[in-house]
Write a protein that binds this ligand. Structure first.
Ligand code: GLN
Length: 497
């Protein structure tokens, strides 16, 4: 089995005719065949469809038609992205049997760019979670150590890239769901500026926070993928009319003279391991040695981020998930569905369907959100959380007067054992303490692998930038990648453990 290469390498070879897309996809399908039983990155592998897509790319190359910037590159799609005629489950029973009648905008853009879809990846149900254990189809394992979680909610996508099942994957990030699993799986993951990438066809969790973004093996590949995804879309009214400067524009320019702030409240966040803090300091020192001006900066409102997020996200989720009523999508409880007696009336049908179709965490969020939005509590909870959001926007504005980008940890530690945090939701929520602020303010942020912990597992450092600051964010990320200590590689991609 040949070693997987970067997306850039594959696309260049396929474009030039040096390598056939059908061979590329076959190599990845062989790797999936060998290890997917252990990892469970996918809810669905699209082997035949991928072979057909690859053959069409090879035909385009042979006919002299431009095959696109991602020609023949295998891509894994998080299973909350709509794919026409292909089951889209959000890892929930409630969508059982549902096939979207349309493709998400990002899916269309990738197909037009020549990408080959190898499968739909596992996630925490409706993207609610930090470990991919809240999936109706069972957890995904971390390719570096099968007894550990891959992070979440986009754990399947992160694991697919780390295992060499695809060099690129898409995830969605509402509170850290791209960046945290990227850190735990030793890959690059980026959440773009809110509105840079169309959410059309992304099944909504918390619409004011959700963004789609790239997973990749390195920073330049993530930039390439983001550049394909980004851009206006009239089908998503929150999608920006302007396009940010290309994420790839300043790769390789280094950090000489850039001002980089280390966020004190996140570097000192509750539950952070000493190792993670140590790696963050190492990263700051390395960037300083590379010519950046590094100093500490304060985002005082960041300490309220977690509390505000766990009011706003469930509030929006309780509204977004009201549509799963047993009528319009997927599951309807009753004898035919194998969920007990047929309901007596419409109201019983709703209750039985939602009781059988949603898992425990989703039910918890719907209840929390409904409570936070209810008369008498709205001002005290939801309203206050929105005020925190405004305070945080002001804090970041102040910080970006003095700094070009900010630095923070991504996750509090390396990948934890499967089952270690499932009993206590609050411990699980603490995983997102460093990633949530960027979602609340709509700014871009990304995780770059930066060495490993004493357990030999990867960890990441986060680069944060102001709105539409993708070019400088990727510039710093590339510099960080260049000075990072050796990053653990999963055994499935040829690493040793
Ligand atoms: N882990 C966070 C949550 O459970 C974030 C999830 C996400 O970004 N989709 O809500």
């Amino acid at each position: 089995m040949s070693a997987p290469t970067t997306a850039r390498g594959i696309a260049a070879e396929v474009r030039s005719g040096a390598r056939r897309a059908v061979d590329v996809v076959e190599e990845h399908l062989v790797r999936i065949e060998a290890h997917e039983g252990d990892v469970h990155a996918f809810n669905l592998v699209l082997a035949d469809a991928a072979r057909a897509q690859a053959a069409a790319i090879d035909e385009a190359v042979a006919a002299g038609r431009p095959p696109g910037p991602l020609a023949g590159v295998p891509v894994a799609l998080k299973d909350n992205l709509c794919t026409r005629g292909i089951p889209t489950t959000c890892s929930s029973r409630i969508l059982e049997g549902w096939k979207p009648p349309y493709d998400a905008t990002v899916v269309q853009r990738l197909a037009a760019a020549g990408a080959v879809f190898v499968g739909k990846t596992n996630l925490d149900e409706f993207a609610m979670g930090s470990s991919t254990e809240n999936s109706a189809f069972g957890p995904t394992a971390n390719p570096h150590d099968l007894s550990r979680v891959p992070g979440g909610s986009s754990g399947g996508s992160a694991a697919a890239v780390a295992a060499g099942f695809a060099p690129l994957a898409l995830g969605s990030d509402t509170g850290g769901s791209i960046r945290q699993p990227a850190a735990l799986c030793g890959v690059v993951g980026a959440k773009p500026t809110y509105g840079l990438v169309s959410r059309y066809g992304l099944v909504a969790f918390a619409s004011s926070l959700d963004q789609i973004g790239p997973f990749a093996l390195d920073v330049a590949d993530a930039a390439l993928l983001l550049d394909v995804l980004a851009g206006p879309d009239r089908r998503d009214s929150t999608c920006l009319a302007e396009t940010a400067p290309s994420a790839s524009a300043r790769l390789g320019e280094g950090v000489d003279g850039l001002r980089i702030g280390v966020v004190r409240e996140l570097a000192d966040a509750e539950g952070l391991s000493a190792e993670v803090r140590g790696r963050l300091t190492e990263a700051a020192d390395a960037l300083s040695a590379a010519g950046a001006k590094v100093a500490e900066v304060s985002i005082p409102a960041a300490v309220y981020g977690l509390s505000a997020y766990y009011l706003i996200a469930p509030a929006e989720a309780s509204s977004n998930l009201a549509r799963y009523d047993g009528v319009r999508y997927g599951l309807r409880a009753g004898r035919a569905a194998g969920t007990g007696d047929d309901p007596a009336d419409v109201s019983a049908m709703y209750t039985q369907t939602r009781s059988a179709g949603f898992g425990a965490e989703v039910k918890r969020r719907i209840m929390l959100g409904t409570y936070a939005l209810s008369a008498g509590y709205y001002d005290a909870y939801y309203g206050k959380a929105q005020q925190v959001r405004t305070l945080m926007v002001r804090d970041f504005e102040a910080a970006y007067r003095d700094f070009d980008v900010l630095l923070a940890p991504t996750a509090p530690g390396t990948a934890f054992e499967l089952g270690a945090k499932t009993a206590d939701p609050l411990t699980m929520y603490l995983n997102d303490v460093c990633t949530i602020p960027s979602n609340l303010v709509g700014h871009p942020a990304m995780s770059v692998p930066f060495g490993g912990g004493s357990d030999g597992l990867p960890l990441g450092v986060q680069v944060l930038a102001p709105a539409l600051g993708e070019a400088v964010m990727f510039q710093v990320a590339a510099a960080l990648e260049a000075c990072a200590p050796p990053v653990p590689v999963s055994p499935m991609r040829g690493g040793s453990r």
